[in-house]
Design a protein around this ligand. Sequence first.
Ligand SMILES: CC1=C(CCC(=O)O)c2cc3nc(cc4[nH]c(cc5[nH]c(cc1n2)c(C)c5CCC(=O)O)c(CCC(=O)O)c4C)C(CCC(=O)O)=C3C
Ligand SMILES: [Fe+2]
Length: 393
Amino acid sequence: MPGAVDPSSVTPDEQVLEPETDPQAGPEEEELPPYDAVLVLSFGGPEAPEEVLPFLRRVTAGRDIPDERLEEVGEHYYLFGGRSPINEQTRALRKALHDELRRRGIATPVLIGNRNSDPFLVDALREAHDQGFRKVLVVTTSAYSSYSSCRQYRENLAEALDELREEGRELEVAKVRQYATHPSFARTNIRLVTEGVRQIGQDDDAKLRVVFVTHSIPVAMDDTSGPGDGEGNLYWHQHDELAHVILDEVGITLDRSIEGALVYCSRSGPPSQPWLEPDVNDHLRQLREQGITDVVVAPIGFVSDHMEVKYDLDTEAAQTAEEIGLNMLRVPTVGVDPEFVSGLVDLLQERAAEERGEQVVLQAWPGEAMPSICAPGCCPNLRTALPAACGRD
Ligand SMILES: CC1=C(CCC(=O)O)c2cc3nc(cc4[nH]c(cc5[nH]c(cc1n2)c(C)c5CCC(=O)O)c(CCC(=O)O)c4C)C(CCC(=O)O)=C3C
Ligand SMILES: [Fe+2]
């Protein structure tokens, strides 16, 4: 498969900044001015059983997630030997971005910083500063707009920059816009879902459904997602629009008329707090009762096959499907798909051009391009007002 990266070939050591003296680079070698490094900012995850609880405590620090829920989530990780696939996938993405930048003659280094596991964001930025970098361009492993999927990453950036400033290390960071509405994200998902529908081999449209899945969030968080002057519900809206475009395009390509729905996984929080519904398992049961026999499950809410996908879909939802006699095929996430990776590098170049004051046309489909610099108060933290980087507030 062209462009596919074997994650096992990417060692953690690659986090160490390579001196960018590529013997193959020609005299036309370029950089990404004004940025001197790119940083992939990821959620992070445990890689050994003893890392599971510290990871979960870090993720839930200051939130009222009961110990019961932590133990339950811990079990999901122990089922996989205490190891989430996420860091391996982040390393594969780092390598893919690095390679695509090199292919375009750009020698800018690509680093990893995680929110909840080693290499931690603050340490990655400190190392970047110590290597002489002062302007870092960030791309997160999260495509959509909401507090959990955007502002929380920006808060973590602001906190890390503050900590470094106190150490006398001044750094500037910028972030590429949320890319749920970037055409490469849509096109990659369209191709993957089309392939899934082809593969499942159910020719009767009435017996087949596409089930689009994303991470549930509290209804209150969705209600306030998006720029403060907007109508809210941008998290839901971005998914809904993408799901519709995917169904339309699959229909056109395969000359069929297939229906689908947007559903959710990984709900947490107290039962009294409303979260986005329906849950994927409830939805599968409902479909079976309606006479559906085959489902193509498309995790459009996630960019790699991490724990939410491996446990909530490949383990739990797959078990539900089996119990009720529903044939289920799970579509891959965009991962290191060359079309997706190429789109991310377009976004890096777009952000740099924008910063240089060049005229840039922000490609968007479906829907509108999110701004590179977030609006004041967008996607608010519902509990406390913390400083956030890369925004106007
Ligand atoms: C929107 C969204 C994304 C998608 C965007 C993005 O990718 O950022 C996402 C991704 C992820 N969420 C992850 C893990 C967890 N999320 C939790 C908790 C929560 N997520 C929330 C939302 C999201 N989460 C929310 C509103 C909560 C509750 C409140 C809170 O605590 O903020 C908890 C605590 C325990 C629990 O209650 O489940 C854990 C362990 C991992 C790592 C997976 C791995 O290890 O492979 C990943 C990629
Ligand atoms: Fe989460």
